[in-house]
Ligand binder design. Sequence first.
Ligand code: ATP
Length: 198
Amino acid sequence: MNEPSKRTIGLTGGIGTGKTTVSHYLATVCRIKVLDADTYAREAVQKNSPILQIIKERYGAEICLNNGELDRKKLGNIIFNNSQEKKWLESQIHPYVRQRFQADMENAQEQILVLDIPLLFESKLTYLVTEIWVVYCSYEEQLQRIMKRNHLTEKEAIARIKSQLPMDEKVKKADVILDNSSTLEALYQQIEQKLNKE
Ligand code: ATP
């Protein structure tokens, strides 16, 4: 695919730093079209999908819940403690996600697009965007927020944080840094300012 021809913001950050909060604000208040990698990734492993079948062949039928849906927590515990397995899983899902982005981007009529991609760097998708926004917050805030939201122990939360590229590496690669270490109001103000910079 060629360079994107319109303003295409790649929204990323660490786990639990506030990407969803930012993309929700962009979509609902700023009325900007947001394409979401997590939605595509969930679609990739939906009930009866070919990729879910491959996952079952690798980890056994117990990787699914009784209703046939993927047991995401069980899979999370496998891959966040084993980088080889994480790599394998990503190699199954990423091509599907990339293809869905390209199709939806080609069909979009909007002048500005936001691509919400938690693993923008790790999955080498930066070529899809014209600018990179990284949502940042302090390590302590990040740990507390994901423990609370996902009901994780500190050990589980740390394993998830460690499985990603370190936060400071992401910040270094950013065109725009949104600091979400304080209030939501402060975050929204930064979004408005960065969005209207041109
Ligand atoms: P993930 O990578 O896990 O998808 P994320 O980067 O999308 O996470 P959010 O889901 O937006 O992060 O935020 C993580 C949690 O922290 C949520 O429960 C959210 O409500 C809360 N949160 C986000 N920003 C703030 C803030 N400024 N103050 C307090 N809580 C916040």
